[in-house]
Each structure stands twice: as structure tokens, then as C-alpha cells.
Write a protein that binds this ligand. Structure first.
Ligand code: FES
Length: 165
């Protein structure tokens, strides 16, 4: 899947134009918009209705019927990073300082992409610290490269398994 970008009317129009000649174009267009932007801005409903010669109510009905479609931008990723004693003894503070210096991010402050590194105190993974929890997945031995990969959207399971970095 393409990674979501900020909503752009001209690009949305180009996506609509690319698919509007297909039979049953509504769903493919909505899927393509969501794949591109991470959500479907409701402002596109009248544009899409006109392009497909359908009513706004019909487009709205499709958009709201399928629960997979979002009409608001997705929230950024939350990375819970343990900064309690055992993880401190395994270097979490130095690692975090290195990470912040290299990325310009600060703990507990969302990045421009909405990613937050939330400070927590003990994830029960002390022996494998520094520890993080991302999308329900415990990631151990978090170093700067692993944290950067998680912020960039890497699969936490792959990072936990030692892949992807
Ligand atoms: S102290 Fe960090 S996981 Fe327990």
C-alpha cells in the first residue's frame, strides 16, 4: 500500500478521473483515495457525485456503509517507551537523547506526522530493555535505529524479530 500523504484536491481529482470510466467506479475510487491519503475527505462527495453522475446521498451512503472507510485522517502511531529503572540501567536515556538529537523529536510530543513517543514506566520486559510497546507488540533492546524504524512505520513484529533494521 502507498503510504498516506496529506489530502490534496488536485490529486484526488486525478484519482477520480483515472477510475471514473470503470463500471461501479465508486468503490475503486474510494479505495484509491483512502490508500493514497489514509482517509476520504467528505468534501470530495459532491465532486465524486458529479464525476459519476450519482447523487451526493448515494456517495455518502457508500462511504458510510463500509466501515473500512475513514472520513478523518488516521491518528499517528503511538510508541510507548519504557523509561523506568531497569530500562534506564540498560541505556534508555542515552538512546533517547541520541534519537532526539538525530530526529528533532521530543518524548510525549507528536511529530509532524502525528507519531508520539509516549513515556511509560515498566512494560514488564525489563530483561530485554530498553523496551517499547507498539500496536500491542513488545519490542525489546530498542536502540536508536530501531526507534527510528518504528517511527517511520516499520512493523513492530518485524523489529521485535530482529528484522527490518
Ligand atoms: S523497567 Fe522497562 S520494561 Fe520494566
Amino acid at each position: 500500500m502507498e503510504s498516506p500523504v496529506r489530502w490534496n484536491d488536485a490529486e484526488a481529482q486525478a484519482i477520480i478521473d483515472r477510475h471514473k470510466g470503470r463500471d461501479g467506479a465508486t468503490l475503486p475510487i474510494l479505495h484509491a483515495l483512502q490508500a493514497r491519503f489514509g482517509f476520504v475527505d467528505r468534501a470530495v462527495i459532491p465532486v465524486l457525485a458529479e464525476a459519476l453522475n450519482l447523487s451526493k446521498a448515494e456517495i455518502h451512503g457508500v462511504l458510510t456503509f463500509y466501515h473500512d472507510f475513514r472520513d478523518t485522517p488516521p491518528q499517528g502511531r503511538v510508541i510507548r517507551l519504557c523509561r523506568a529503572e531497569a530500562c534506564q540501567s540498560l541505556g534508555v536515556e542515552a538512546m533517547l537523547a541520541e534519537f532526539c538529537a538525530s530526529t528533532g523529536m521530543s518524548p510525549d510530543q507528536p511529530s509532524a506526522e502525528g507519531v508520539v513517543i509516549e513515556t511509560v514506566y515498566c512494560l514488564g520486559n525489563c530483561a530485554l530493555g530498553p523496551a517499547a510497546l507498539v500496536e500491542g507488540e513488545l519490542v525489546g533492546r530498542v536502540d536508536c535505529a530501531r526507534l527510528e524504524a518504528l517511527v517511520a512505520g516499520a512493523e513492530p513484529a518485524a523489529i521485535a524479530a530482529g528484522e527490518a533494521v
